[in-house]
Ligand binder design. Structure first.
Ligand code: BG6
Length: 476
């Protein structure tokens, strides 16, 4: 057993809108995350028409990393992080998204943050768009259903690539770009700023938006490489493998199709072309999408350097009794529970072996380096009488996933660059807007009602992960 390679990127992951707060500081514009209220396990987050006084918008303050980043980065260094994955809030740089000139105050904030990280030898890993596009682009342009968004995004990418070319090496274009394939309101809005209009075909809109994003991503890859050939620019996908509910070939085919419908973005971003099944599907559905030959050339020339992905859970799917031959999406209502697995408090199926499966699946299919940029357990934490949080359940989750990662590297020969557990400092949940759905090794004193001191403290998992990093994953 050789273990994890030297220079393995042990780190932690967050996203700007989920921890920064300072939603209107330094001329920042309103982002799509700023118009989403708090929900919970049963109640979906509401997307309001602008900011409505009296509503609870948890991302406005979040954990105020904007005001606490120096003390937080010091803690990250105590944890031993080699890298820190966050995103640049597009609205700090271009508050509305369509300005000619960037906002200097926003650029300066990230200069200061990156300098602080580099002071402690923590490598920044940056996502360009993580569920936080300017809300103005939704209201004025209809979000990513509009081709003009390509230019706005590419301009944003070029500005930050140039500004941080000597501070940031690792980039990703769009976070979990494939969430929208589920066609639900949350996925379409957070990925693409799309609110489906009455009479509109959500599926067609999703494919159009996904195409424009794929072109924008490929352009960004090319521009980034021209600015600094040492840049490593990846895509970012939400990976949750879909297993067939039984050996019935219909279920097996159904599971295969669910994977294809979910991961076509990876085909486009990693292979530089649309898969044949999807071209046929567009024809069959008569979508008549705006996909030009020039776009296809851009996509071909802008393939990514690595695959970044999140991994939390797996899924199981069952075919309909009379499954139509041309069926493709959506798949959500065919999901069934996996009897072999237990679920988190939010119903996410915990499946460490699925991570090894996912690593092999990506590796076999695309033959690119992989980077696990999110993984973790959302759980209710309790502060016990000694004032501490004994989160052995979180340690257990992470340990089992790292064990599988190690098997994938050692036994299967997967080329894995790094591992950044999600929300290693407590932050606002993207799905529910809760604070009490916690992933952190660092506790932040704030609850779902927005009450708390914002004080930071170390959970048991903090010392454990520190040891994991120090021993390069050998002492789990
Ligand atoms: C991914 C996102 O969907 O999973 C993160 O990239 C998100 O932004 C994370 O926070 C966990 O999901 P949730 O809904 O528990 O916050």
């Amino acid at each position: 057993m050789t273990g994890f390679p030297k220079g393995f990127l042990w780190g932690g992951a967050v996203a700007a809108h989920q921890l920064e707060g300072g939603w209107d500081a330094g001329n920042k514009g309103v982002s799509i995350a700023d118009v989403m209220t708090a929900g919970d396990n049963e109640t979906a987050r509401e997307i309001t028409d602008g900011i409505i006084p009296g509503k609870n918008y948890p991302n406005h303050e979040a954990i105020d990393f904007y005001g606490h980043y120096k003390e937080d980065v010091k803690l990250f260094s105590e944890l031993g992080l080699k890298c820190f994955r966050t995103s640049i809030a597009w609205t700090r740089i271009f508050p509305n998204g369509d300005e000619d000139e960037p906002n200097e105050a926003g650029l300066k904030f990230y200069d200061d943050l990156f300098d602080e990280l580099l002071k402690y030898n923590i490598e920044p890993v940056i996502t360009l768009s993580h569920f936080e596009m300017p809300y103005h682009l939704v209201k004025e342009y209809g979000g990513w259903r509009n081709r003009k968004l390509i230019d706005f995004f590419v301009k944003f990418a070029e500005v930050v690539f140039k500004r941080y070319k000597d501070k940031v090496k690792y980039w990703m274009t769009f976070n979990e770009i494939n969430n929208q394939t589920g066609l639900n309101e949350w996925g379409l809005f957070t990925n693409s700023g799309i609110l489906v209009k009455p009479g509109e075909d959500a599926e067609k809109v999703m494919y159009q938006a996904g195409h424009y994003e794929s072109v924008a991503s490929a352009m960004a890859v090319q521009i980034g490489h021209a600015i600094n050939p040492k840049f490593e620019i990846g895509c970012m996908l939400a990976m949750g493998p879909t297993y067939p509910a039984s050996p019935d070939p219909k279920d097996v085919l159904k599971a295969q199709r669910a994977m294809e419908a979910n991961y076509w973005f990876a085909d486009v971003q990693c292979k530089g072309k649309y898969p044949n099944w999807l071209k046929r599907y567009f024809e069959r559905k008569d979508f008549n999408l705006d996909i030009t030959l020039a776009d296809l050339d851009v996509i071909k020339a802008g393939v990514v350097d690595y695959i970044g992905f999140s991994y939390y859970a797996s899924h199981v799917i069952k075919a309909d009794k009379n499954e139509p031959d041309d069926y493709m999406t959506p798949t959500k209502n065919h999901e069934v529970k996996n009897p072999a697995l237990v679920r988190s408090d939010w119903g996410w199926e915990i499946d460490p072996i699925g991570l090894r499966y996912a690593l092999n699946w990506f590796s076999d299919r695309y033959d690119l380096p992989l980077f696990i940029v999110e993984n973790g357990l959302g759980a209710f934490d309790k502060v016990t009488e000694d004032g501490k949080i004994h989160d052995d359940y979180r340690i257990d989750y992470l340990r089992k996933h790292i064990e599988q990662m190690r098997l994938a590297v050692d036994v299967d020969g997967v080329d894995l660059m790094g591992y950044t557990p999600w929300g290693f400092i407590d932050l606002v949940s993207a799905g529910t807007g809760q604070m009490d759905k916690r992933y952190g090794m660092i506790y932040v004193d704030k609850n779902d009602a927005g009450e708390g001191t914002l004080d930071r403290s170390k959970k048991d998992s903090f010392e454990w992960f520190h040891k994991v990093i120090e021993t390069n994953g050998t002492d789990l």
